[in-house]
Write a protein that binds this ligand. Sequence first.
Ligand code: GYE
Length: 327
Amino acid sequence: LAGLSAVNVMAADDDTITVGFSQVGAESDWRTANTESMKSTFSEENGYELIFDDAQQKQENQLTAIRNFIQQEVDYIVLAPVTETGWDTVLQEAKDAGIPVIIVDRMVDVSDDSLYTAWVGSNFKLEGQKAMAWLDAYLEAKGRGDEEINLVDIQGTIGASAQIGRTEGFDEAVEAHDNWTTLAQQSGEFTQAKGQEVMESILKQSGDDIDVVYCENDNEAFGAIDAIKAAGYEVGGEEGQILVMSFDTTNAGLTQTLSGEITCDTECNPLHGPRVEEIIQKLEAGEDVDKQAYVDEVAFAADDTVTKVTIDGTDYDITPITQEIID
Ligand code: GYE
């Protein structure tokens, strides 16, 4: 019996898949949910050993983490890259070591696509386009379609796919409207503290002129809303108020949408653990995997003024938020 159980233990050990995960940091609620999804998926009881590294939003820390994973001869490297560029050398090292790399969430911009095996994440540009199409339809429905509208963009971490795509969606929509003007465009680094700080300084310069604040994630929106209220302005979707938009649809973000402080919150799904696991299981079985896979996402609004937008011929629902959806 003793011998048998020893064999069983050995067999279990051999089956264990070691995954090194280089995570961006813990800058936002979205990120926390993403980390939890990865940790609960790649658990011991599911047959994995997860080596988790938090890079504190610094690429140099991610480079070190990946090199450590290579040295530890992990079976798979999973990378949530802070920015898009600067990965060629280290990914070549992983490739030379024969370790498959799966990119998750944000994208990498590499000269040679064979430097990673697969990517899964969101279409950040489409998120931005949906949000701005909602704004366009919303202002139109409120009879403000021809009014001069002044916008502020609190950007994410500069160079991150989530920032690049959402900023592109914003810029293109502003360019398409003669009566829309960008008053300020500055990074809030995807954090509440920086979102608040940036908003405070923009309010000092041009508080009375701001119509819309486009925050590139929920945590920035929380900080911006605090700053707006502290400066004596009202947030909301009516004329005379500052309309706040956001991304991520975290619990707290949707709660602020329900209260009307965020007027539109566009979804960005953080639950990538099972998606990455599916890729790994397919690779284990010798099956092909998609090189790139986008997650389907929706958007929520404080009310039902606009319930649908159309982008490049495709319709997207905008759902009025309710407490049941948050629960
Ligand atoms: O929107 C933000 C987080 O890359 C999609 O990173 C992610 C973004 C997310 O800090 O909250």
